[in-house]
Ligand binder design. Structure first.
Ligand code: SAM
Length: 307
């Protein structure tokens, strides 16, 4: 999601917008730069894990509630993924594991993957403390095929994941690689169209802020504070994030051989993308009554054909 997933006001600077968008793999083209961007992003995520673990309140992770037996999952993914009992589930970009462990509580055999060592450390400790059977792997998503063997019934990823990934063609191939024939991939995340709208702290209505089509290079963000605790002060305030169109997301999956079962669009999302959104009881943020509606969140289910 733009804006450091779940962050409020942001100002993006494109690292270098002079290059036209091409279909060449960003990973292959500029590996060394991309590694540097990943390093900066990892420093940020390592630092915010502690902030998130102690965060309490409506925008927060509320680990105590989870420890008492709650779920970190939202109604949309719970309904759309369906019964996971006895299923092998691979969770990409699992952060510190609350969603992963929530699926385990529902009966899945779970493997969570993230490139933040603080995130994986916390996830592993939480699983041990709560006696939940789960496996967590520390790796960059793009290195996962070198780190993990086997395949899964479900590959899952959610809420604030795609903006950290430079290459969705490779992402799609990795997902297809880890799915069993007949297994499915599920994603729910911010709708790419919502990222074209102005989202600074002084925004009062929907106003186009930038092109829907991203530049080939990442956007650089620099700001203090955090979406789960706005009073937090961060040492690592810089992140590099990539925009993607809906077409790029769908094609990343279909080009890898997956069949789209559905693509759903929602007029709400799980964080306060614009300061004028209104939080509903279910924990979703909606546009106010009377304002034209645009899609703020999407979900896709895609199956790996059995033959
Ligand atoms: C917003 S969080 C994931 C959302 C999760 N549903 C949550 O809110 O708890 C994004 C996660 O992506 C991870 N991440 C970012 N880039 C990554 C990469 N290249 N490989 C693996 N993990 C990555 C970060 O460490 C972070 O934990």
């Amino acid at each position: 999601m733009r804006a450091r997933s779940h962050k409020g006001s942001t100002r993006a600077i494109s690292v270098s917008a002079d290059e036209p968008l091409t279909s060449a793999s960003p990973l292959g083209r500029r590996r060394s730069n991309v590694d540097e961007y990943f390093g900066t992003n990892r420093d940020f995520w390592d630092e915010v894990v502690a902030v998130h673990v102690r965060s309490r309140g409506p925008h927060a992770y509320n680990v105590d509630d989870f420890k008492r037996g709650g779920t970190a999952l939202h109604s949309v993914e719970l309904e759309e993924v369906g019964d996971v009992k006895g299923k092998d589930l691979l969770h990409l970009q699992c952060h510190f594991g609350l969603d992963t462990l929530s699926w385990a509580r529902l009966g899945a055999r779970v493997t969570g993957v993230d490139f933040s060592d603080k995130g994986i450390e916390q996830a592993t400790a939480l699983a041990a403390e709560l006696g939940i059977d789960a496996r967590f792997i520390l790796t960059n998503l793009y290195e996962l095929p070198k780190q993990l063997e086997g395949n899964f019934d479900i590959v899952f990823t959610s809420h604030g994941v795609l903006n950290w990934l430079p290459d969705l063609a490779e992402w799609g191939r990795i997902i297809a690689h880890f799915l069993r024939p007949g297994g499915f991939f599920y994603i729910v995340d911010a709708h790419p169209f919502s990222h074209a709208f102005y989202d600074e702290a002084d925004a009062t209505e929907l106003k186009l802020g930038k092109s829907y089509w991203p530049t080939s290079e990442p956007m650089r963000f620099e700001e203090d504070g955090d979406y789960a605790d706005r009073t937090a002060h961060l040492e690592h305030q810089v992140t590099f994030e990539w925009g993607h169109t809906l077409g790029e997301i769908v094609n990343g999956l279909t080009d890898a051989g997956l069949r789209i079962d559905f693509l759903h669009e929602f007029p709400f999302l799980t964080w306060e993308l614009f300061p004028f959104l209104i939080r509903s009881e279910g924990g979703y943020y909606h546009l106010p009554d009377g304002m034209p509606k645009i899609p703020l969140m999407f979900s896709i289910k895609a199956t790996k054909p059995a033959h």
